[in-house]
Design a protein. Structure first.
Length: 155
């Protein structure tokens, strides 16, 4: 039983204990990049760093703060002018849109007014016809009454 426990422990150690494998990979990596290449990458990075520093010293003006302030104030003025122009364009567009809406509303109201006048004219004609009929009926009624009165009057 002891031998089985020892064998199981060895198998578990080989399957789950990765430290020796990781250590070997680390050693290989270090040997590959430090020993075989002879610190070539670090020298290249140092040379690049020197070149960047030299370029910065040559390219940047000595009066950086003043120049930046002048450039920033100029940029701010241009942005404000552009913002003002954009506001004006937006205002004109809004006015044009409102003007077209106003014209459309006016046309719609004119059409509604014309329809209203037509309807009023139709209603007036109906009322006039009813009035004429009523006047005719009343006239007929009074003329009949007049005839009746003349029949019964002694004269």
């Amino acid at each position: 039983m002891d031998k089985i426990a020892k064998d199981v422990g060895d198998i578990q150690s080989r399957l789950l204990h990765h430290r020796p494998i990781i250590n070997a990979e680390i050693r290989y990596f270090v040997r590959e990049f430090e020993e075989k290449r002879g610190h070539r990458e670090s020298r290249l990075l140092e040379n690049l760093s020197k070149m960047v520093v030299e370029a910065n010293e040559q390219m940047l003006p000595t009066n950086l703060e003043g120049t930046n302030q002048d450039m920033m104030s100029n940029i701010i003025k241009r942005l404000e002018a552009a913002n003002h122009m954009a506001d004006r364009v937006q205002q004109r567009e809004l006015e044009a849109q409102q003007s077209t809406q106003l014209q459309m509303n006016m046309e719609r109201l004119k059409e509604e007014w014309a329809d209203f006048l037509k309807e009023q004219q139709r209603l007036k004609e109906e009322v006039d016809e009813e009035h004429a009929k009523a006047v005719g009926q009343i006239s007929t009624h009074y003329s009949e009454m007049k005839m009746d009165v003349t029949k019964f009057s002694p004269l």
